[in-house]
Write a protein that binds this ligand. Structure first.
Ligand code: GDP
Length: 322
């Protein structure tokens, strides 16, 4: 998932990361249209191949975030979306066809921070706090070519301090195994020290030192997206697709989803003890208006849910009997 104020280069970075052109049909709203705009959730899928391994990624964009005059709770559609994916997974997992579940849970949220401010803005703090128990947040400094290296260092330090101060839990890179070789350990250290990654995106290929590279051509020079002396793009890409993809999924599964699941089960059992009869055990979040196909599916799922309720009641009974 990508989130952050519009214009910070989210679409450009996604295109640069996955070498696609996902946003050619995007309609940009004017200021008037954006005043009352609500946050949308737009999904794209991309197929990529990394070292011979084919991956199908879903990119969830959140246009409209932070654009309205009043941004109170503008992250609500985003948290609802994440919860809906957990809810769907929970239903599927408790259903009959548990082996072929399509996992649409959000495994990572790239959160774009403006390079122009002096650290986090209130909306950044509130957004990250609203999401940090639900998803792996990877904060990024957007448009890093707007800052010189010393400014980037200062901004990174400040953001790290503020993340600590406000108790925000961003994604923590796992400890490196002690038996890894020295080169790997060094790369791991550099990765951790670089957070929050300062990134640059570009939709154009330019010529730099005789080579065609993704970059931005300015009257005074070229910034290269994949040049590690220019920004942390390569670190971010490697981490997302190569080195930490599994860990991101594991943390989603073992921490964020487990929290959601535990809450659901707790709600279900406390409702059961209250009235020994449940109408709707799983919190039903606003889902889009269903068509007939979806209605059929919902009926099926309700049926599964009913079976689950019966099972729970039996378990409850057994517990009381013991
Ligand atoms: P989004 O609204 O967050 O998706 O932002 P876009 O990707 O549409 O980018 C908004 C504008 O910023 C466009 O003119 C991009 O060309 C420009 N842009 C994107 N990435 C960068 C970057 O890394 N550095 C600079 N300086 N400009 C960028």
């Amino acid at each position: 998932m990508v989130a952050g104020e519009s214009g910070l280069g989210k679409s450009t970075l996604v295109n640069s990361l996955f070498l696609t052109d996902l946003y050619k049909d995007r309609k940009l709203l004017n200021a008037e249209e954006r005043i009352n705009q609500t946050v949308e959730i737009v999904k794209h899928t991309v197929d990529i191949e990394e070292k011979g391994v084919k991956l199908k990624l879903t990119i969830v964009d959140t246009p409209g975030f932070g654009d309205a005059v009043n941004n109170t709770e503008c992250w609500k559609p985003i948290t609802d979306y994440i919860d809906q994916q957990f809810e769907q997974y929970f239903r599927d997992e408790s259903g009959l066809n548990r082996k072929n579940i399509q996992d649409n849970r959000v495994h990572c949220c790239l959160y774009f921070i403006s390079p122009f401010g002096h650290g986090l803005r209130p909306v950044d703090v509130e957004f990250m706090k609203a999401l940090h128990e639900k998803v792996n947040i990877v904060p990024l400094i957007a448009k890093a070519d707007c800052l010189i290296p010393s400014e980037i260092r200062k901004l990174k330090e400040r953001i790290r301090e503020e993340i600590d101060k406000f108790g925000i839990k961003v994604y923590q890179f796992p400890e490196c195994d002690s038996d890894e070789d020295e080169e790997f350990k060094q790369q791991d250290r550099e990765l951790k020290e670089s957070a929050p990654f300062a990134v640059i995106g570009s939709n154009t290929v330019v010529e730099a030192k005789g080579q065609r590279v993704r970059g931005r051509l300015y009257p005074w020079g070229i910034v290269e997206v994949e040049n590690q002396a220019h920004c942390d793009f390569v670190k971010l890409r490697n981490m997302l697709i190569r080195t930490h993809m599994h860990d991101l999924k594991d943390v989603t599964c073992d921490v964020h989803y487990e929290n959601y699941r535990a809450q659901c089960i707790q709600q279900m059992t406390s409702k059961l003890t209250q009235d020994n009869r449940i109408e709707s055990p799983i919190p039903i979040l606003p889902l889009p208006t269903p068509d007939t196909e979806t209605e059929k599916l919902i009926k099926m799922k309700d049926e599964e849910l009913r079976r689950m309720q019966e099972m729970l009641q039996k378990m409850q009974q057994q517990m009381q009997d013991q």
